[in-house]
Design a protein around this ligand. Structure first.
Ligand code: ADP
Ligand code: MG
Ligand code: MG
Length: 517
C-alpha cells in the first residue's frame, strides 16, 4: 500500500528545542482560542472543586495529508446525504420495519420507537425537523485509486463542529508563524489548507430553525435550548456553536436567546403550554422564575444513548420534547434513521436485501444513486436471511472475523467489537438477538505518520484519519419540502494506528485538519 506521507512531510522533530517551541505554541494558542475541553475528574482529583480549569484538546502538531479528490468528493456529496436522510426520516414504515428487526435485542431502540408511537397517536404538532448531520469517511485504496468509504452517518449530537474549525485555524496559524522557522522549514505556500466553516455552518442551521418557527402566539420571547449531558467535558465545542448562533448574521438586532439545559432537568424546567392544542414548549430559566421563553428549537447533545435514560422520568422528558411544538434536532424518527441497521440496509445490494432497493427507494435518480453507492463499503446483517447467515459464518470464523467490525445500534463511541472480539461477543448473546448487530468490513486507509499532543505529551507514529463532513438540513416531515440543505464544513479526527476506536471525547483520538494533496 502506498503511503500518503510524501517526502519529509509531516516532519519528525528530533530536536528537543524545536519540539518544545511548537508544543508551547500549541498549548497557549489552544487555550487562547478555546480549542479546549474540561479536564477529566481523574486528572485533577480534588484540586478543582469550583470547576474552573480547562485544558487543550488533543491535537496533531501538523495537518495530516489527505487526498484532495477524496476531500472534494466527500464535501460535494453531503447535500445528497442530507436529502437521503431527510427522506428516510419521513419514511415511518421503512424505519418501523428495521426497528422491529433490532428491537428484540435492543431495549433502547424499542423505547425510542415507543416515544414516537405515543406522539403519533395524539398527533405531531410540529412538521419541521432539523438535521445537523455528520457523515464520516476513511480513505480506501483500490489499486491506484483512492476513494472515500463511509464509516457511519450521524443524525444526533454530531459533535466537534465548534472545535474543528478552530483546529483548522490552529494549523494555518502554525503554517504562517512556526513551520517556516523549523530547521527543515515548511513554507506556507506548500500547504493547501482549506477553510472550515463548521461552526458558522451548524449555527446557521440552528438559526434557520429558530426563524422558521416564527413568533410565539402566546407572546413569549422565543429561544433555542441545547439539551446537554451533566458533567459534559466537551462543553467548549458546544459553546462555540452557541456563541456563533447568538451572533448569527440575519438575527434581529437582539441576539437569539440560547439556554443550556441538562437532559436530566427537562421536566423540572420546561412545561407544555397549558390548555393549548399547539403544545408550545415553555422554558422557565431557573435563575429567574419571572421569565418564560417559548422553545423554537431543541438541539440534543444528549439523549443518544441508554446512559441518558436512567429511569422512566427520562423517557417522559424525551416524550415531552417530541410531542411539543419545538423543532427537534433530531426527532425520534431522524435519530432512528441514524441506526447502523439503516446504513447496512442501504449498502446491501438489491439481490440479497430483505428490503430490495433500499437506496433506490429514496434516491431514484441514477447519478445521485451511483455517487452515494460508491461511498458504501460492505456491510452485512447478522440475521437469518441468506446474507445474514453468510455473515454469521464470517463473524464466528476465527480467521475471517479479523476483517470485520461488529456494531450495535449505538452512538458515541466505545460500543463496537473488532476482529477477534466478535466471536467472543456473539458467544455471550442469545442467537435470536444477533440481528441487533451489523457486520462491517474494516476500512484500512493508506498509512500516514503524524505527532499527537495529548495531555502535554507527544505521541509520534502511524495514524489513521477519519474525515467527517457536516450537513444542515431543515425539512417538512409532512410535505417533504426541504427548506435548507447545505454542506457545513468538516472535521478531521486522527488516532494512533494501534487504536480501534477514534473518538476524541472518548479519549482515543485527537483533533486534526487536512493538508490537501
Ligand atoms: P459511533 O457511532 O459510536 O461513533 P462508529 O461506527 O463511528 O460508531 O465507530 C467508532 C469508530 O470505530 C470509528 O470512529 C472508527 O475509528 C472505527 N470504525 C468503525 N467502523 C469502521 C470501519 N468499517 N473500518 C475502520 N474503522 C472503523
Ligand atoms: Mg455515530
Ligand atoms: Mg463515529
Amino acid at each position: 500500500m502506498s503511503s500518503l506521507t510524501g517526502g519529509s512531510y509531516p516532519p519528525t522533530l528530533e530536536d528537543a528545542g524545536e519540539q518544545d517551541r511548537l508544543v508551547q505554541t500549541v498549548k497557549d494558542w489552544t487555550i487562547a482560542h478555546g480549542l479546549a475541553v474540561r479536564p477529566p475528574p481523574a486528572l485533577v482529583g480534588d484540586s478543582d472543586p469550583e470547576g474552573v480549569l480547562a485544558m487543550s484538546a488533543p491535537v496533531t502538531l501538523f495537518p495530516s495529508p489527505f487526498p484532495q479528490s477524496c476531500f472534494e468528493d466527500a464535501s460535494a456529496i453531503q447535500t445528497k446525504y442530507n436529502e437521503l436522510y431527510a427522506r428516510i426520516s419521513q419514511d415511518e414504515e421503512f424505519l418501523g420495519a428495521l426497528v422491529q428487526e433490532v428491537a428484540g435485542g435492543d431495549e433502547f431502540i424499542a423505547n425510542l420507537w415507543n416515544v414516537h408511537l405515543r406522539v403519533k397517536k395524539e398527533g405531531y404538532v410540529q412538521d419541521l425537523s432539523l438535521g445537523l448531520f455528520r457523515s464520516d469517511y476513511m480513505v480506501h485504496q483500490d489499486g491506484d485509486s483512492l476513494q472515500i468509504k463511509q464509516v457511519e452517518f450521524n443524525t444526533i449530537a454530531s459533535s466537534f463542529g465548534g472545535l474543528s474549525a478552530r483546529t483548522s485555524l490552529l494549523h494555518s496559524h502554525l503554517a504562517r508563524t512556526e513551520y517556516p522557522l523549523l530547521k527543515s522549514p515548511i513554507h506556507r505556500s506548500a500547504l493547501e489548507l482549506p477553510t472550515n466553516g463548521s461552526t458558522e455552518g451548524l449555527a446557521a442551521g440552528l438559526a434557520a430553525a429558530f426563524r422558521a418557527y416564527g413568533h410565539s402566539a402566546l407572546g413569549h420571547p422565543t429561544c433555542v435550548v441545547f439539551l446537554v449531558q451533566d458533567g459534559e467535558r466537551n462543553v467548549f465545542d458546544q459553546r462555540h456553536l452557541e456563541y456563533a448562533l447568538q451572533s448569527s448574521p440575519g438575527a434581529d438586532a437582539d441576539p437569539i436567546p440560547v439556554f443550556r439545559l441538562p437532559f436530566s432537568q427537562i421536566l423540572a424546567h420546561t412545561t407544555l403550554a397549558p390548555s393549548s392544542p399547539a403544545r408550545q414548549l415553555l422554558y422557565h430559566p431557573p435563575h429567574n422564575p419571572s421569565l418564560t421563553f417559548e422553545v423554537a428549537a431543541a438541539y440534543l447533545r444528549a439523549g443518544y444513548g441508554p446512559g441518558d435514560y436512567p429511569d422512566a422520568a427520562a423517557w417522559e422528558a424525551r416524550y415531552q420534547i417530541e410531542r411539543s411544538a419545538a423543532i427537534a434536532c433530531p426527532t425520534v424518527l431522524s435519530q432512528l434513521a441514524g441506526m447502523k441497521k439503516v446504513q447496512q440496509v442501504l449498502a446491501t445490494p438489491d439481490a440479497v436485501s430483505a428490503t430490495p432497493s433500499a437506496l433506490r427507494r429514496f434516491i431514484p435518480d441514477d447519478e445521485s444513486h451511483s455517487a452515494l453507492w460508491k461511498t458504501f463499503t460492505n456491510i452485512y446483517p447478522l440475521d437469518t436471511t441468506p446474507a445474514g447467515l453468510e455473515a454469521r459464518r464470517l463473524a464466528t470464523d476465527p480467521a475471517a472475523c479479523q476483517r470485520y467490525v461488529m456494531k450495535p445500534q449505538r452512538e458515541g463511541g466505545g460500543n463496537n467489537f473488532y476482529r477477534g472480539a466478535i466471536p467472543r461477543r456473539l458467544a455471550e448473546i442469545p442467537e435470536e438477538h444477533w440481528g441487533s448487530y451489523i457486520l462491517m468490513e474494516i476500512i484500512t486507509p493508506p498509512p500516514v505518520v503524524n505527532t499527537i499532543l495529548r495531555n502535554g505529551k507527544l505521541e509520534h507514529g502511524g495514524v489513521i484519519c477519519e474525515l467527517g463532513v457536516y450537513g444542515t438540513c431543515l425539512w417538512n416531515q409532512r410535505t417533504g419540502e426541504v427548506l435548507r440543505n447545505q454542506e457545513s464544513g468538516y472535521l478531521l479526527r486522527t488516532k494512533g494506528d494501534q487504536s480501534e476506536e477514534g473518538g476524541v471525547a472518548a479519549g482515543y483520538g485527537c483533533m486534526d485538519s487536512v493538508r490537501l494533496l
